[in-house]
Design a protein around this ligand. Structure first.
Ligand SMILES: C[S@@+](CC[C@H](N)C(=O)[O-])C[C@H]1O[C@@H](n2cnc3c(N)ncnc32)[C@H](O)[C@@H]1O
Length: 268
């Protein structure tokens, strides 16, 4: 198989990746046939998937706009993905032109493409890092050079914690980061859950077992525990479309079809 120019040499072209499959759902161009075929198989089981991904991305934009509106000018986006429309630095810098953003991802295509579009932008940094190694993320020299951890930071873990298995202790990773945050910092999370569609959850998780990042859907109660040490801001931990919708009628009449919970917490 020919390696596309945007795929660094360490990319395994024979296996789908969560980052590239998500890019395909969002209409991006940094994906391979192996990703598209997994996505099509998933859509045939669960036709709402592209809408779910759009709904997740829309939550990310609303959360960043809300946080920027609270005066936050520093963002640490872990599991940031392949850049697409409405990237965090674009939304944050619209509200506050000097906002600083660090993107962290463990997918080589996400890192390479982020570096390509952000080259020369001193208000942003891109780190090849892993949420399962939170100490290394916090100590990374680019993180330290871009963000002052002694001032409030918004940490974004949007559609990433479900790629950390229970045995890798995602709660410890979140707590390690929380303990390093200044008061007034915030944490935004969205997370896949089977609660809205228990019938198709297992088949979807089965598909992600093909990727290097299998998916663990969690219950609302399990996701709420990631906010230990934070106070959830209104409206709490809710189905994706219900988190501060710009137009309440856009949330649809069955928001649980979007099968993900979203919330933002303020560090105590
Ligand atoms: C579904 S995408 C979400 C992208 C973006 N946060 C959004 O919501 O639009 C999930 C991203 O998390 C990344 N990821 C998965 N496990 C990770 C880990 N342990 N550490 C860092 N990134 C991870 C994947 O590579 C992928 O880019």
């Amino acid at each position: 198989m020919d390696r596309p120019s945007w795929a660094p040499s360490e990319v395994d072209l024979s296996r789908p990746s969560a980052a590239r499959v998500y890019d395909f759902y969002l209409g991006g161009s940094h994906n391979l046939e192996v990703d598209r075929s997994m996505a099509r198989e998933a859509i045939s089981l669960w036709p709402d998937l592209p809408a779910i991904m759009q709904s997740n991305r829309a939550f990310l934009r609303r959360a960043v706009r809300h946080l920027a509106g609270q005066g936050i000018t520093q963002f640490l986006d872990i599991g940031s993905g392949i850049p697409t429309v409405g990237n965090v630095h674009e939304v944050a810098q619209q509200a506050s032109p000097d906002a600083r953003v660090v993107y962290v991802d463990n997918d080589p295509v996400a890192v390479a493409h982020s570096r390509a579009i952000l080259a020369g932008d001193e208000r942003t940094a891109v780190v090849h890092g892993d949420l399962r190694e939170p100490e290394a993320v916090l100590e990374d020299s680019r993180v330290r050079a871009t963000i002052d951890l002694d001032r409030p930071v918004a940490v974004l873990m949007v559609a990433v914690l479900h790629f950390v298995r229970d045995e890798d202790d995602p709660a410890r990773a979140v707590a390690t980061i929380r303990d390093r945050l200044a008061p007034g910092s915030h944490l935004a999370i969205s997370h896949a859950s089977a609660e809205g569609r228990p019938d198709s959850a297992e088949s979807h998780q089965e598909l992600y077992r093909r990727t290097p990042t299998p998916m663990t859907m969690r219950s609302r109660a399990e996701i709420a525990r990631f906010f230990d040490g934070f106070d959830l801001v209104e409206p709490g931990l809710v189905w994706l479309p219900l988190w501060r919708p710009e137009d309440p009628s856009s949330a649809g009449d069955r928001p649980e079809r979007m099968t993900g919970f979203a919330g933002v917490g303020r560090r105590r």
